[in-house]
Design a protein around this ligand. Structure first.
Ligand SMILES: Nc1ncnc2c1ncn2[C@@H]1O[C@H](COP(=O)(O)OP(=O)(O)OP(=O)(O)O)[C@@H](O)[C@H]1O
Ligand SMILES: [Mg+2]
Length: 243
């Protein structure tokens, strides 16, 4: 099953959520593959240790007529113990790649994995729409502010137009306590606006940033922290929802 992690607004935590879900699902014994489909940034590849590799999704997507199944499988690399289709840091590689070929990469892998988790670029454009079109389910991501929620509502509309199905929304960077003057929406309000169930609420936590610097997702960097427990709960909920 292919699940895209998506939001029209940039910087809300798609890559962070894809990386940590990959780690936690893998730890729970699921056959999970991470796909870094944000071809120009390669942020997921960086989150997963940023190992430089000659094989990358760029190369697969630059192969005339699409890559062979062997080429696809040989490009999957174990990153921090999790299978990953990485991108190279090369912008030249990005410019040569044709995202239209994504189905030729994903289709041969569908039977090898229980969950193929695709990190997508922000915006509503060809590069963000192609991964959505190839997905069985879409996991929306938002922060609890009105602009982010309004943008993710647009992503939801695109998913509906593509006749794909939404699995739920993750509310990320939620601040605790009474926040005077804050416009932070409550999770129930976000569910009401989007008419989508919240599968997880991830707190704002400085260790997420520190983990990125340490080149490992926070669920590896600080596995017992509250934020890591929130990722664990999200993974459990996601698996329940997919049953
Ligand atoms: N729960 C959190 N607590 C604190 N910082 C966070 C949290 N989630 C994400 N961040 C930080 O927010 C920034 C953006 O996160 P991330 O790159 O995952 O977003 P994104 O939606 O993938 O962005 P883009 O749209 O550019 O791909 C990163 O610096 C990340 O460390
Ligand atoms: Mg990202």
């Amino acid at each position: 099953m292919i699940i895209s992690v998506a939001s029209a607004k940039g910087g809300v935590g798609k890559t962070t959520i894809a990386a940590n879900l990959g780690v936690v699902l893998n730890k729970r014994g699921a056959r999970v593959l991470l796909v870094d489909a944000d071809l120009s940034s390669g942020n997921l590849t960086l989150h997963m240790g940023g190992k430089s590799t000659s094989r990358s999704l760029h190369a697969l997507l630059s192969t005339e007529g699409g890559p062979s199944e062997d080429e696809v499988r040989e490009t999957v690399s174990l990153s921090l113990g999790v299978p990953l289709l990485p991108v190279s840091p090369s912008l030249r590689g990005y410019l040569k790649s044709k995202l239209d070929l994504l189905p030729t990469v994903l289709t041969p892998l569908k039977d090898d994995y229980d969950i193929i988790l695709v990190d997508t670029p922000p915006g509503i454009n060809k590069n963000s729409i192609i991964p959505l079109r190839e997905s069985d389910r879409v996991l929306l991501v938002t922060t609890p502010d009105p602009v982010s929620v309004s943008d993710v509502a647009n992503t939801k509309e695109v998913v509906i137009l593509l006749e794909r199905s939404i699995v739920g929304v993750v509310v990320n960077r939620v601040k605790k306590g009474k926040l005077f003057g804050s416009k932070q929406l409550r999770t129930a309000e976000i569910e009401g606006i989007l008419k989508v169930k919240a599968l997880g609420v991830i707190p704002e936590d400085k260790s997420v940033e520190a983990a990125v610097v340490a080149k490992r997702p926070v669920t590896i960097y600080k596995p017992r922290s509250a934020v890591s427990k929130a990722f664990d709960a999200l993974a459990r909920k996601l698996v329940e929802e997919l049953r």
